[in-house]
Ligand binder design. Structure first.
Ligand code: UDP
Length: 234
């Protein structure tokens, strides 16, 4: 049998919140679940990293210590993974949540071997807690896990449908790239993922695909390698 395609899907926290922009929106997560289920049934190995912005960001408060604020942010990503993985289980998928730090019996501590075994068994794997360190983001978390797990590609499902040379909300003449190199993303400081994460991608030659979460079956298509947004090549 051919080697199975392995992808790391990144969902922002807000993507789970739907119109409300905060907390969870079950309909939105169900729509994602249906597409992931179809992909896994067709043999794609799927790991997922979720942001935390629907609850909290490290930058949310100037009054408290940044390290503490970032810890709250990392815990927000854990809550998101517990919610989404539980809904996926309810909808008939097998799931496993690995976190970057120990949280008692709530999640398993990340181990490459155990995550590998889960993916090979057809489970949808969630990587919670970002990198486990403050001053990082889940963007860095997704790149780190993609490299560690030897993923074929990172899939970034975003509110915007690709990478543009300027913000299309501000500039009506903004141009969307079909492909762009990771070197250009870094040099031009394009807002694909944050700079630390982009450099990690560049150094480790990890390709990405950016596409709109809203598009019909967009996650399923991306899982199969059909990208209508932008490919970030290495
Ligand atoms: N966070 C962190 N370390 C990580 C990942 C996340 O400290 O490795 C914290 C940080 O405070 C961040 C929050 O968790 O603001 C939510 O993560 P996300 O990547 O969604 O944040 P964003 O990039 O939107 O700030």
């Amino acid at each position: 049998m051919d080697k199975q395609r392995r992808v790391l899907l990144k969902l922002s926290g807000e993507a789970l919140a739907g119109e409300k922009k905060t907390g969870f929106d079950e309909e939105t997560v169900r729509a994602v679940a249906a597409q992931v289920k179809k992909s896994v049934e067709e043999g794609v190995q799927v790991a997922i990293v979720i942001g935390g912005g629907n609850f909290w960001r490290g930058r949310s408060s100037k009054a408290i210590d940044r390290v503490k604020a970032d810890q709250i942010g990392m815990l927000a990503t854990v809550m998101n993974c517990i919610y989404v993985s539980s809904l996926f289980t309810y909808l008939g998928m097998e799931t496993e949540v690995f976190s970057a730090f120990t949280i008692g019996g709530v999640t398993r501590l990340f181990s490459k071997d155990e995550a590998d075994a889960a993916l090979n068994a057809g489970k949808v794997v969630f990587f919670a807690g970002g990198t486990g360190h403050p001053y990082f983001s889940t963007d860095t978390g997704v790149v780190l896990r993609a490299i560690e797990m030897e993923a074929d590609e990172i899939l970034l499902a975003k509110a915007i449908d690709g990478v543009y040379d300027s913000d299309p909300k501000v500039n009506p003449d903004a141009k969307k790239f079909d492909t762009i190199t990771i070197e250009d993303v870094v040099e031009k400081r394009l807002q694909v993922i944050d700079l630390a994460a982009s450099i990690l991608c560049l150094e480790n030659r990890m390709p990405m695909a950016v596409f709109g979460l809203e598009g019909e079956d967009s996650i399923y298509q991306a899982m199969k390698g059909n990208i209508t947004g932008t490919r970030v090549t290495v």
